[in-house]
Design a binder for this molecule. Structure first.
Ligand code: ADP
Ligand code: MG
Length: 292
């Protein structure tokens, strides 16, 4: 591309809230075959809310919420924030935690009043041989409906499940439809469960889902697509998306997201509106056409 065309393209982008770092990404955006979206905070609003609190037999709702909130109060995860908020709304204040440990992409654990409390994915608790008992049937129904379930265990026993819903952005549906009209493959990548991810994917019209991907493995998934011959854009907002944004042919960060994501990306969208992803690609084609 001629420097002039790139300059014009970059300027046009800035006017519509698309910040482009280098001319190179503009050129590659034109060759993209595949767009991968992170789920939480990118396709969804990223502000989950508690919808259901299921207690294990013999467990008080307030005790479950107190123990869960104690651990989650230390975590900065959006799910953690929602759990703490709900507990507080029900008058359950967090207790002090000792030996806190965040388990990236899985959850957290710590000691509350000498009891080991673990909060996170089904996988995390299963890995620590917590038996889900009857709670699992109820939880699975919620997961199939697109809820994210947070499992709570104390002393290796399940004490409850907290279900959360995160609304899908309106612009996600429109953006995916337009990308598919352009003949592009659209995929979702998430650390969340396959069943939850599939339910959200169905709402936004995405067919290919990469779920239960640990934060450290997101970049590897992008490289796997590239090895299949795909030219890949990754759209994300979180710290855990940064390596994938850097690995992608074009990394697109949301301006409302974390600084780490923006630093790793080639393009930053000032507004959360995902239709700007399509605009960025269209702008790139336009710039390339002007050049030829
Ligand atoms: P995403 O890729 O969707 O942003 P993460 O990789 O952050 O998701 O987390 C993946 C899964 O790990 C979550 O869906 C949740 O089940 C679990 N998890 C991670 N952190 C926490 C936490 N602090 N509290 C509860 N669950 C958590
Ligand atoms: Mg995210």
């Amino acid at each position: 591309a001629t420097p002039t065309a790139v300059m014009v393209g970059t300027g046009l982008g800035a006017e519509s809230g698309i910040l482009i770092k280098g001319g190179e990404s503009l050129e590659r955006a034109h060759e993209l075959t595949t767009v991968v979206f992170d789920k939480t905070g990118t396709l969804t609003n990223g502000t989950p809310e508690v919808t259901d609190v299921i207690t294990a037999p013999g467990m008080q709702r307030s005790e479950l919420l107190t123990l869960a909130a104690s651990i989650e109060a230390v975590s900065e995860h959006p799910l953690a924030r929602a759990v703490v908020e709900r507990a507080s709304a029900e008058g359950c204040a967090p207790l002090p935690v000792e030996d806190f440990r965040a388990l990236s992409g899985l959850g957290s654990r710590g000691l509350v009043n000498g009891r080991e409390v673990m909060v996170g994915s089904a996988r995390l608790l299963a890995e620590h041989s917590v038996d889900f008992g009857e709670l699992n049937t109820q939880a699975e129904t919620l997961v199939a409906a697109g809820r994210t379930c947070v499992y709570v265990g104390a002393q290796r026993r399940i004490i409850g499940v907290i279900a959360l819903a995160d609304g899908v952005k309106e612009s996600a549906v429109a953006a995916v439809a337009r990308l598919r009209e352009r003949g592009m493959e659209v995929a979702m990548i998430t650390g969340d469960r396959k069943e939850t991810a599939l339910a959200i994917a169905k709402v936004v019209g995405i067919e290919r889902v990469m779920a239960e991907v640990l934060p450290g493995d997101k970049a590897g998934e992008i490289r796997r697509l590239q090895n299949e011959g795909k030219v890949v854009a990754m759209v994300g907002d979180g710290i855990n998306d940064a390596p994938a944004l850097a690995a992608a042919d074009v990394g697109i960060a949301l301006g409302a997201g974390t600084d780490v994501a923006m630093e790793a990306a080639d393009i930053t969208l000032i507004k959360g509106d995902l239709r700007l992803v399509v605009s960025a690609i269209e702008l790139s084609s336009l710039t390339m056409r002007v050049i030829k």
